[in-house]
Design a protein around this ligand. Sequence first.
Ligand code: SAM
Length: 279
Amino acid sequence: MNHDGVDWAAMAELLELEGETHSPYVRQAVAELADLAPRRVLDIGSGPGVAACRFAAEFPAAEVIAVDGTPQLLARAEERARRLGVRLHTRVAEFPAGLADLPSADLVWSGQVVHHVGDQQAVLEQLAALLEPDGVLAIVEGGLPARWLPRDVGFGRPGLQERLDAAMADRFARMRTELPGSVRVVEDWPGMLRAAGLTEACSRTFLVDHPAPLAGAPRRWVRRCLERQRAMLADELAAEDIATLDRLLDPADPTGVDHRADLFHLTAKTVHFGRKPRS
Ligand SMILES: C[S@@+](CC[C@H](N)C(=O)[O-])C[C@H]1O[C@@H](n2cnc3c(N)ncnc32)[C@H](O)[C@@H]1O
C-alpha cells in the first residue's frame, strides 16, 4: 500500500534491517517504563514488527497489537513473531482515520510514523485518546542523522554525508508540505504531547553505536541507505557527489562500502514520552 507516495511494502526488508540495526534502543526505552505493567500495547505504524516483537518479549502477559496500513508488512511481523516465539496480534488500519476504531491501551508506541501524517498535533491527540488512565504514549521522532563514513573518504569532495543530510532534509520538508491536510507546527514534541493533554512529557535519547569495522547486517543497512539516497537525490546532488556515491556503491571497488574497514554506523534515536492523567 502507498501512503504519502511511499511504497512501504517494497521497503519490508529495509525496515526490518533498520529495526534490527537500531534495536537496542527499544529495549532501553522500555527500561524507562519500569513502573508500567501493560495489559495491552499498541505499536502504531509497526512496519515489519521489530519493536512490536520486542514489546511482546518484554511484556509476555500483555496483548501486543502491531497496527499498520500495509498488510504485507504485518504479514512479515507475524512471521517474525512466529520465528521468535512471541505472541503478537496484527491489525490493518489507515491513519489517521483508522485510529478511532482501535482498542485502548496502557502503552501506545509509534516509531517514525507521526511525521507521515499531515496534522501531527491532531494525530498525537488521537493517539493520546487511545490511552487508559496512567497509560504512556511513546513516539520516536527527531534524533540525529546517521554517520557512516569518515569526513574524507579519500576521493571526491570531503563532507559528502553533510550534503546528503541537507538534501534529505529538503526532501523531507517537501514530503511534509505535500501530505494531505498538511499543517505546519513547531516540532517541540514534549510540548505537543502536553498540548495533547498528557503529563510528565520528557525525551530520552539513545545512542546507536556500531563501530568500524562493521559486521554483515549493519553493513548491508548502510549500503541500502546509500543506494536509496543515490536514487532519491539523483537530481539534486552535484555530479561529483554522484560519482563518489557510485564508487562507494561499486561492489568490485575495494574502497566501496562492501569492503571498507572504516565504515561505521553512529546515530541517536529520541523517544518522547507522555502520560495520561489518572482522572
Ligand atoms: C518509517 S516506517 C516505521 C516502521 C517502524 N515503526 C520503525 O520504527 O521502524 C513507517 C510505517 O508507517 C506506516 N504508515 C505510514 N503512513 C501510514 C498511514 N497513513 N496509515 C497507515 N500506516 C502508515 C508504513 O506502512 C510503515 O510501516
